[in-house]
Design a protein around this ligand. Structure first.
Ligand SMILES: Nc1ncnc2c1ncn2[C@@H]1O[C@H](COP(=O)(O)OP(=O)(O)OP(=O)(O)O)[C@@H](O)[C@H]1O
Length: 298
């Protein structure tokens, strides 16, 4: 098992007059969990389906270490996917569902039992999948994705609808898979849902890339400092001269582009005594909503 770099390059998908994905490019590296975020209708599912050959792009490419899914020599061993939690034959047991999929790929029953154990479904393995709870179906989907011991995992909304215990379980599970060197890409329409699970995020809105990078970077771009001095106007001039974006309000100055430590130094250098110096952090969810905008939902 080696992690594969997932690369989306200039991907566009149109359905008739609807552009679901619009010239989208991003990279997903092994060894970390990457969140793929955007509001409902942003184009996440279409992107993930393009990645595994279920949707043919209008233009652009989606590859694993440079190879398109359809050209992979051993797809099940390269990438595991869980794109729909309910795509199981309801009358078949969880174990039989996996045995059928495994047999088609030349994978034996021992591995089926291993992945069932891995996702904590051994006790329920011989029960009808139709009677499984949503959490159990998510686990069965993960077990299916892991059958070929793939280096990459592509999971569509694996946390959606889980109870707190299920969320905690999957969070730890995904982090462990990434720590083993796998590439883990997990979609969600809620940043708060994956915030404690992901190391990096790719955010899309209306089919286009809105941000890719770390969560810290996402927050840093919007962080401001609330600061004030007796001579507010002079403080504002000093900070603006050093590149701060200064907004004056009745309760002081709100400054972007300079951190609190730097503002303290500049004020000291200018002989201004500060009477207020408070870093202001917008909640990550607010940053996310600011990026995807009101018009994000289609
Ligand atoms: N097969 C299709 N035919 C026509 N339009 C489609 C098709 N699949 C998706 N779309 C449209 O493309 C856009 C993106 O849909 P997509 O399902 O990829 O978004 P999403 O981010 O996964 O949203 P959700 O979280 O709601 O699943 C939407 O406007 C959707 O209606």
């Amino acid at each position: 098992m080696t992690g594969a770099v997932i690369e989306i390059q200039g991907l566009t998908k149109r359905f008739g007059g609807t552009t679901a994905v619009d010239d989208l490019s991003f990279r997903v590296e092994p060894g970390v969990v990457t969140g793929f975020l955007g509001p409902n209708g942003a184009g996440k599912t279409t992107t993930l389906r393009s990645l595994v050959g279920l949707v043919s792009p209008t233009s652009g490419r989606a590859t694993f270490d440079g190879v398109a899914y359809a050209e992979l020599r051993d797809p099940l061993r390269t990438v595991g996917t869980a794109l729909e939690a309910s795509s199981f034959h309801p009358g078949r047991s969880g174990r039989d569902h996996l045995r059928v999929a495994a047999a088609a790929a030349g994978i034996g029953d021992a591995r089926v039992d291993e992945v069932l154990e891995w996702v904590g479904l051994t006790a329920a393995a011989r029960r009808r999948a139709g009677g499984y709870s949503l959490g159990m179906r998510q686990r069965l989907g993960l077990a299916f994705a892991l059958l070929g011991d793939p280096g990459a995992l592509v999971l569509d909304e694996p946390i959606n609808g889980l109870d707190p215990e299920g969320i905690r379980w999957i969070r730890e599970f995904l982090r462990r898979l990434a720590a083993e060197g796998r590439t883990v890409l997990v979609s969600s329409h809620l940043l708060s849902e994956v915030q404690q699970t992901v190391d990096r995020v790719v955010i899309i809105s209306q089919g286009r890339l809105a941000y890719q990078g770390t969560l810290d970077g996402l927050e840093a771009g919007t962080a401001r400092v609330h600061v004030d001095a007796a001579d507010r106007a002079e403080l504002g001039r000093v900070l603006a001269a050093e590149g701060g974006a200064v907004e004056t309000s009745p309760d002081g100055l709100h400054v972007a582009g300079l951190d609190a430590a730097r503002i303290g130094e500049l004020a000291l250098g200018a002989g201004l005594a500060l009477r207020l110096l408070v870093p202001e952090k917008e909640g990550l969810e607010d940053v996310f909503l600011g990026i995807v905008g009101e018009g994000g939902v289609r």
